[in-house]
Design a protein around this ligand. Structure first.
Ligand SMILES: Cc1cc2nc3c(=O)[nH]c(=O)nc-3n(C[C@H](O)[C@H](O)[C@H](O)COP(=O)(O)OP(=O)(O)OC[C@H]3O[C@@H](n4cnc5c(N)ncnc54)[C@H](O)[C@@H]3O)c2cc1C
Length: 339
């Protein structure tokens, strides 16, 4: 949001209770960029296509490919009972999905250890990618119009006194708490969803068991991600709807392994021993913010009662794909209302 406003020549103060940028859910060590694919091309699908384009263009220009992000493609599994298992040819010419979604090749399925599954029940997103959110956020914040003020917890009552021309609440899962103290604030249909990622470093010789692309559909899996300590893999995440507390638990590790056993049985088999060795398994947990209709909340709060107050939240499980495109649209609205 800060970058979108700074690009429109606003001077932006980013005030965060955390000491440095990319805290909250944005501290997830690695995330997947992908489209929400729907047969009827619903509004979330349209937004994710624009979002993938936007963030990939920024990554191409400002991040190091292979180190900070990789356009490796995403295999989307459609597992019985979890996503709608259906044979659908989205890549037909004339479909909005042409070029965005294809049927995976037998070679891709065999790289994932899935030679026996029906290719027509899976989707291949060639524009999918993994990305390190911290490097993305730091690159976005690297603009002379942006000033970061860490370690400051904002309260609704303090803000008017600060005298800003516009205020954008981008507080993730904490947005509802903040709004509860803001007179005239509308009630927004926001829901916190805590979740955990399980991750570890590649053991010698495991790499060939892992696909060289990201996989999602029932939890997700990304491997071959360079870190200072060596290549890492990431698996998950869990979903605790209504939960605002983030903590790493053995139960969530077990749940992530159970999901991986369905998503990518070969990778799960390869990692089983590592998963059961506590000092070889790491965890990260955070809290997403989602809305009842799964769409981001990106709007003026109440132009009549709270002029100059805006909100950008409920980015759900696809915040890395959606944040930049939503911010660009909201920055346009703020700019128009302010002149
Ligand atoms: C387990 C997990 C896995 C995920 N995986 C993916 C993925 O693969 N792909 C993807 O696209 N997305 C993924 N996401 C979602 C993505 O991380 C989020 O949608 C996105 O980071 C949300 O960004 P945000 O800026 O809205 O909120 P946050 O990143 O949570 O930021 C909110 C900020 O507000 C600050 N704050 C809160 N209250 C106050 C206050 N009163 N005063 C000052 N500061 C305050 C916090 O310190 C924090 O910095 C995942 C999320 C989780 C939890």
């Amino acid at each position: 949001m800060a970058r979108a406003l700074a690009d429109k020549v606003w001077q932006v103060d980013v005030v965060d209770q955390a000491p440095s940028p990319a805290a909250g859910a944005s501290a997830v060590p690695v995330g997947v960029l992908s489209c929400h694919v729907s047969v009827d091309d619903n509004p979330l699908s349209q937004l994710t296509r624009a979002g993938v384009q936007k963030v990939m263009a920024f990554a191409q220009q400002h991040l190091v490919k292979g180190q900070d992000w990789l356009d490796c493609g995403v295999l989307e599994r459609r597992l019985e009972g979890h996503t709608k298992k259906k044979t659908w040819q989205p890549s037909l010419i004339g479909s909005v999905w042409h070029g965005w979604v294809q049927t995976p090749t037998q070679g891709q399925l065999s790289q994932a250890g899935l030679s026996e599954v029906n290719a027509h029940e899976q989707l291949w997103q060639p524009h999918g990618a993994w990305i390190k959110p911290k490097t993305l956020v730091n690159a976005l914040m690297d603009h002379r119009g942006i000033r970061f003020q860490g370690g400051q917890t904002l309260r609704a009552m303090d803000i008017p006194a600060l005298g800003y021309d516009a205020v954008v609440l981008a507080l993730g899962a904490h947005t509802s708490d903040f709004l509860a103290d803001l007179p005239h604030a509308p009630e927004l249909p926001l829901i916190p969803v805590a979740g955990q990622v399980s991750w570890g470093y590649h053991a010698t010789g495991t790499a060939t068991a892992f696909p060289p692309f990201a996989v999602n559909g029932f939890g997700g899996f990304v491997s071959g991600v360079p870190t200072p300590q060596g290549l890492a893999w990431y698996s998950g995440a869990t979903f605790h709807r209504g939960e605002l507390k983030a903590e790493v638990t053995p139960q969530d590790h077990a749940d992530n392994l159970a999901k991986l056993q369905q998503l990518l049985p070969r990778a799960a088999q390869e990692l089983k021993a590592q998963w059961q060795t506590p000092d070889q398994l790491q965890g990260w947990s955070g809290v997403r913010c989602t809305s009842v209709n799964r769409m981001p909340v990106c709007r003026a709060l109440d132009p009549a009662k709270l002029p100059s107050w805006y909100v950008l939240t409920a980015l759900g499980s696809r915040g890395l794909t959606l944040a930049m495109v939503c911010a660009e649209r909201l920055a346009l609205e703020i700019d128009l209302r302010s002149h």
